[in-house]
Write a protein of this length. Structure first.
Lengths: 113, 112
C-alpha cells in the first residue's frame, strides 16, 4: 500500500456544488494531515491542517479525519471556477529527527461554470 | 505569498553538471524542507534542515546534498545531473521540524 493515496481524477463539479476530495494513508504517516492546493505551474498553497479525529471548518472548506479508517477528506462548499486546481493530500510522520511530509499524487478538480 | 523565496526561478543544465538552488525561509522559521516534484506527481521529500543540521532524508542518492545557514536560509546541491532530475524543486519553511510547512514558488530545473 502506498503511504498516501488519492484518486487522481479529474473530478468535475458544477459551480455552486460541493466537491468532495478523499485520501487514505498508511500507519507511517499518521501524525498530522494537510491539504494543499496547487494551480498549474505554481507551488502548493496550504488550505487546511488537521490533527485529530472529526471535522475542521474554515470558510468554504471542511477537512475530515477518521484515524480508525485511515481516511482524510476535504469538502469544498459552493465550488467556484477559481477552485479548479490540483489538491494534494499530505501526511506527516516519523519521530524527532526523521519527520517527513508524504504527499499523494493529487486530485485534479475542475469546477464547471 | 508565504514569505518563502527561491532562486533561480528556472534553470537549464546539461547531464553531468552540478546545480545549486537557494531558499530563504519565512521570517521566524528555523526549518527548511526540500522536495522534488516531477510532472504529474506529488512532491517527494528530499531532506529537511533544522537549526543548521540535516534532520531527516528521503529516498534520494548522496549526490543530493544541502546546507542551512545561520540565518536559516538553505541550499540544495545536486551533482552529476541526470535527465530524470528535471523537475520542480520546492522548498518549504516551518516554525519547527513537525510544524506546518509553507512552500516557496519553486525552481524549475531542466536537464538536457
Amino acid at each position: 500500500q502506498k503511504e498516501v493515496e488519492q484518486n487522481s481524477g479529474p473530478l468535475s463539479v458544477p459551480e455552486g456544488a460541493i466537491a468532495s476530495l478523499n485520501c487514505t494513508y498508511s500507519d507511517r504517516v499518521s501524525q498530522s494531515f494537510f491539504w494543499y492546493r496547487q494551480y498549474s505551474g505554481k507551488s502548493p498553497e496550504l488550505i487546511m491542517s488537521i490533527y485529530s479525529n472529526g471535522d475542521k471548518e474554515d470558510g468554504r472548506f471542511t477537512a475530515q479525519l477518521n484515524k480508525a479508517s485511515q481516511y482524510v477528506s476535504l469538502l469544498i462548499r459552493d465550488s467556484q471556477p477559481s477552485d479548479s486546481a490540483t489538491y494534494l493530500c499530505a501526511g506527516g510522520g516519523g519521530r524527532a529527527g526523521s519527520y517527513q511530509l508524504t504527499f499523494g499524487k493529487g486530485t485534479k478538480l475542475s469546477v464547471i461554470p | 505569498e508565504t514569505g518563502v523565496t527561491q532562486s533561480p526561478t528556472h534553470l537549464i543544465k546539461t547531464r553531468g553538471q552540478q546545480v545549486t538552488l537557494r531558499c530563504s525561509s519565512q521570517s521566524g522559521h528555523n526549518t527548511v524542507s526540500w522536495y522534488q516534484q516531477a510532472l504529474g506527481q506529488g512532491p517527494q521529500f528530499i531532506f529537511q534542515y533544522y537549526r543548521e543540521e540535516e534532520n531527516g532524508r528521503g529516498n534520494f542518492p548522496p549526490r543530493f546534498s544541502g546546507l542551512q545557514f545561520p540565518n536559516y536560509s538553505s541550499e540544495l546541491n545536486v551533482n552529476a545531473l541526470e535527465l530524470d532530475d528535471s523537475a520542480l524543486y520546492l522548498c518549504a519553511s516551518s516554525l519547527g521540524e513537525q510544524e506546518t510547512q509553507y512552500f516557496g514558488p519553486g525552481t524549475r530545473l531542466l536537464v538536457l
